[in-house]
Every structure is written in C-alpha cells, then in structure tokens.
Design a protein around this ligand. Structure first.
Ligand SMILES: [Zn+2]
Ligand SMILES: [Zn+2]
Length: 167
C-alpha cells in the first residue's frame, strides 16, 4: 500500500531493537491488537545494558591485562628466585675453593695478584684455583661471582663440572 502524493515531508520515527525485544513486542501486538487499537512503547535507559557493556569491557580488556600482569609478576618472581638460588649455590662453591695465607718469601721474586696488581704481603688471604694460579681472595671471589667462573690469567674453568651460570 502506497500513499498518494508527495510524502517526503512525512516523518516516521524509527527505533531499532534487538531480535529478542522484537519477539516480545510482536507477541504483545498479536495478543492485544484485537482488543486495543494501539499500544505505547516507552523507551527507558536500560541499566542492565550499561552493565553488559561494563562486563564486556572487563572481560575483553581489563581481565586479560590483569591476568597478563599476574603471569608476568609470577614469572618475574620465579626467575628472581631461580637467580637467587643459583647465586647462593655459586657462593657456596666459591667459598669451598682452596685458600691459603701468604707467607714471607725470602730470595724469591715477589708475586702479585693479577687482578689488583698489588704485591702479596705476608698475611694476605689468597684463593688458589685448580690451574694453580692464586689471587687475593677479596679480588677473585667477586670476579667469580659476578663475571666468569674461569681463571682471569689462563681462562681455565674454575670448577670441574659445567660452569655455573647466573644468566
Ligand atoms: Zn688482588
Ligand atoms: Zn689460571
């Protein structure tokens, strides 16, 4: 059915509803149209929809970010704990390396620590590595703990097993 004449000035309000609402309206229309000539639909803000939007935002943005943060924090703590345990194990291994007290050597050339280049004086505490090179304990221990587990002079590995790595 078509209206006659120019209908371009006729304004027909239109409202989009979702399929569920459409079915409800259609059911009401079928039920009441024989009795009442029309019915009025009042549009009111739907609080549940704003909650739905908030839920979607939470589920798609906030929750994944929170989960990622938790996983990252757990991984960071796990790595830190592993690093700490490896460091403690290395400290124990270094502390078990042989050491000796330097004594006065007469008629021999003064030996020196290849790390700090200081000549040994009687009473200096020295760490002796497997390669027979020795260094001040205060110099070689930080070297082994923070740099490499090899002799600073000949590069021989300090430990018999595989090198302990803190990385
Ligand atoms: Zn030294
Ligand atoms: Zn050496």
């Amino acid at each position: 059915m078509q209206a006659s004449g120019n209908t371009s000035d006729v304004a027909i309000p239109a409202v989009y509803v979702d399929y569920g609402d459409y079915q409800v309206l259609r059911g009401l229309a079928k039920e009441y149209f024989p009795v009442v000539p029309y019915f009025q639909v009042r549009l009111t803000p739907d609080e549940s929809r704003s909650w739905a939007v908030a839920n979607i935002l939470f589920a798609r943005i906030v929750a994944p970010v929170v989960v990622m943060l938790i996983l990252y924090t757990m991984a960071f703590k796990c790595r830190k704990t592993r690093h700490k345990k490896a460091r403690e194990a290395l400290e124990i291994k270094v502390s078990r390396l042989p050491k000796r007290i330097h004594e006065e050597t007469k008629g021999q050339e003064d030996s020196l620590c290849a790390i700090c280049l200081d000549v040994y004086v009687p009473g200096d505490e020295l760490r002796v590595l497997r390669c027979r090179h020795d260094f001040h304990l205060r110099c070689i221990d930080p070297w082994l703990l923070t740099r490499k587990q090899s002799c600073p002079l000949c590069k021989a590995p300090v430990f018999q097993d595989e090198e302990t790595s803190l990385v």
